[in-house]
Ligand binder design. Structure first.
Ligand code: DGL
Length: 264
């Protein structure tokens, strides 16, 4: 059981930010990552469609015998967790709960959340934050341009700064002291976002919090693989070329052994 891999899926390259954090916090774990690159993006699609895609992606990982499923995609975490937990008999961890758990440390209880249209429209971050901190005020904004900017390698470009200023204006006006980066791609924009918001606003990285949550669960249940240097296998649903290239800064390293699979 210990040596079984952790299964991680996302719509594409973005979930590699979650993968990177899991590798950092749990270096001995074997990982199997699936990027549904043939059907990316999930963020602009309906909840029903994303749920169907998520069930298929998870089905592939469950067939590989993984011990735990991490839904790295915020949009899929927002709309598909109940269906995934109902269908598959293994622990399923999404990115929303862990992000919300960190966000409620806010001192003024005015919390911003940014994500894809699907994530923001679902209201799931707001719900998770209010469950933990009922009198929190949550200010949300969809930031659809951040995904292509991050994939273009323009996270620190002037265009990203201007887009951030535009998207974050209402959140700055609301005097948030905490901002949840509720999308796999946003950790790449961390410097730009911090610059626009100022140093006093805490940025919550859902990827980092999710990896912490997995590590805590493993330690509590004795599921951690003690060795160092786990094996990492990457799968995609379209040809791997673009994933290998664009994914490097998301993972923070070379992408080896990427294979194409059909999951639908
Ligand atoms: N991975 C998605 C998320 O975190 C962003 C990319 C997409 O829209 O598919 O919501």
């Amino acid at each position: 059981m210990l040596h079984r891999a952790i299964g991680i899926f996302d719509s594409g390259v973005g979930g590699l930010t979650v993968c990177k954090e899991i590798i950092r916090q749990l270096p001995g774990e074997n990982l199997i990552y699936l990027g549904d690159t043939a059907r990316v993006p999930y963020g602009t699609k309906s909840a029903q469609t994303v749920e169907r895609y998520a069930l298929e992606a998870a089905g592939f990982l469950v067939e590989q015998g993984v011990k735990l499923l991490v839904v790295a995609c915020n949009t899929a975490s927002a709309v598909a967790l109940p269906a995934l937990r109902e269908r598959y008999q293994l622990p399923v961890i999404g990115v929303i709960e862990p992000g919300a758990r960190r966000a409620v440390h806010s001192l003024n209880r005015r919390i911003g959340v940014i994500g894809t249209e699907g994530t923001i429209n679902s209201g799931r971050y707001e719900e998770a934050i209010r469950t933990l901190l009922p009198d929190a005020e949550v200010f949300s904004a969809a930031c659809p341009l951040f995904v292509p900017l991050a994939e273009e390698g323009w996270a620190d470009h002037e265009v990203a700064r201007l887009a951030s200023l535009e998207y974050l204006q209402p959140l700055i006006a609301a005097q948030i002291d905490t901002l949840v980066l509720g999308c796999t791609h946003y950790p790449l924009l961390r410097n730009t976002l911090q610059q626009v918001l100022g140093p006093s606003v805490l940025l919550v990285d859902s990827a980092e919090e999710t990896a912490r949550c997995v590590a805590e669960l493993f330690r509590a249940q004795g599921l951690e693989r003690p060795e160092h240097g786990g094996q990492r296998d990457f799968y995609v649903t379209d040809v791997p070329t673009r994933f290998e290239l664009v994914g490097r800064p998301f993972l923070g390293g070379e992408l080896a052994k990427v294979a194409q699979v059909a999951i639908d």
